[in-house]
Design a protein. Sequence first.
Length: 251
Amino acid sequence: MDHPDEHCWSIGELAAATGVTVRALHHYDSIGLLQASVRTPAGHRRYTGQDLRRLYSIRTLRSLGVPLGGIAAVLDQSGGGPESMRQLLQRQLDALGGQARQLEQLQRTIRELLDRINHDGDAAPAYFVTVLESMSMFENYFTEDQRRELAQRRTQLGRQATEEARTEWAGLVEEGLRQVDAGIPANSPEGRDLVRRWDELGSRFHSSEGTKEAARAMWNENTAELSKALPWTAQQMQALVAHLQEARSAG
């Protein structure tokens, strides 16, 4: 249990300190996933160190691919003690090690493809080909069956439809970045419509739920590195991914 004199955070302070939006914290509260342990006489939320550790666990489990709706059960089963936190940290560390090795391979692949693009003078859509095809090689994200599914879906769509989908994806990225820049809430009609169209576009390539979840997890966990081969900055793509995640959670 936390010491009664320890520092507590208001919801705004916790959001500023951790990078988790106030809207997301309100959402976690509304679904009973993370509720402030302390209330001031005026009724304001105050988060304790124990709440902070629970927030860390929530965000870590989410990054490891646990659906938002299943996180509470995982936390309840673990008991939230030091041993469960140790296991969670080790699990996260192992996952990051695997991702680092994969990212090194992805970087080499992207450099080779970019050299080819620069040499051949291909148009911008080739950048999307580079990233999407390289992404599908992440064995820790996609199983062999899922990679086969991705390849089959691309074959079924054909080259023209695939190029059109990539152009449409670029348009959705630009629209999403405009929403982020304009401060449009993720749970607004515009935000929900964007994530609906984003997921519908992804469904053309990812027919099974498992493959969709794997693709989302890979993007969420590797946005900065994957963004290096795109015409947008890592900060822009990270903000967009967060916007889409929040819209999906709110929907």
